[in-house]
Design a protein around this ligand. Structure first.
Ligand code: AP5
Length: 231
């Protein structure tokens, strides 16, 4: 079913996308947020913006991100806490790349309670590492609107130009082959334990992320709609 044909209901909760680099978190999180009319909160995008602007946080984060490691919990938590205070988050939001450690997940649990929001709905994008290198090294992103392409599997109509708004496409510095390895390692070591953490709490919903973008999107929409229907 096309995105525009879906009935729009209130989300009223946090949705979390959990999965390794390149599993499709950004691609899917943007669409889900758009459908439900809630903010898409990518901690990676927020940090890249700080780096671009040269803020004190950006200056600290830059070398860490360039090495494919995780930025410290304290810096990320402050940034997230400030963001979800804004009024546009009152009917829920979609996290992409947060939480990434058990400390971040526990802190988020407290924040959600404080804001009177329900338990989060965690979408776990399940995929083996063998396809991730191709997805990451092939990724190109629009400088203007953030649309995500892949030169191998989802190329733009004109090389280097966004189909949607004609913006210039760029390659993220951490998508170079030598940084992808450390990013995958950081995921396995620090983020993968969240799969067990959220499964135990009963919040986790596994999705087969090897399928096409459209198939994964449909699986996610059905899953989110079914839990809403059950409430
Ligand atoms: P972040 O920006 O969050 O990067 P990431 O988690 O490594 O994830 P990616 O954005 O690389 O991948 P994705 O899963 O979103 O895939 P996408 O949809 O783009 O973080 C960057 C850095 O910031 C971190 O390394 C860390 O340093 C720091 N950071 C961020 N958050 C932090 C936190 N909470 N704590 C501490 N540090 C933090 O898709 C990838 C490609 O695949 C695209 O080309 C796309 O077109 C293609 N694709 C997507 N889906 C499919 C499909 N189904 N089939 C075929 N191709 C597909």
């Amino acid at each position: 079913m096309a995105l525009e044909e879906r009935p729009v209901a209130k989300l009223d909760r946090a949705v979390i996308f959990l999965g390794p680099p390149g599993s499709g978190k950004g691609t899917q999180a943007k669409e889900l947020a758009k459908l439900y009319g809630v903010p898409h909160l990518s901690t990676g995008d927020m940090l890249r913006e700080h780096v671009e602007k040269g803020t004190p946080l950006g200056l600290k984060a830059k070398p860490i991100m360039e090495h494919g490691e995780l930025v410290s919990d304290s810096l990320v938590l402050k940034m997230v806490a400030e963001r979800i205070e804004r009024p546009d988050c009152s009917h829920g939001f979609v996290f992409d790349g947060f939480p990434r450690t058990v400390t971040q997940a526990k802190y988020l649990g407290e924040l959600l309670k404080q804001h009177g929001l329900r338990q989060p709905f965690v979408i776990h994008l399940v995929i083996g590492t063998s396809v991730l290198m191709r997805r990451l090294t092939g990724r190109r992103t629009c400088k203007r609107c953030g649309e995500i392409y892949n030169i191998y599997d989802r190329p733009p109509k004109v090389e280097g130009i966004c189909d949607k708004d004609g913006g210039e496409l760029y390659q993220r510095p951490d998508d170079r082959e030598e940084v992808v390895g450390p990013r995958l390692h950081a995921y396995e070591k620090q983020t993968a334990p969240l799969v067990t953490y959220y499964r135990r709490l009963g919040f986790l919903h596994d999705m087969d992320a090897r399928k096409s973008v459209e198939e994964v999107r449909n699986d996610i929409l059905q899953s989110v709609a079914s839990i809403r229907g059950a409430q």
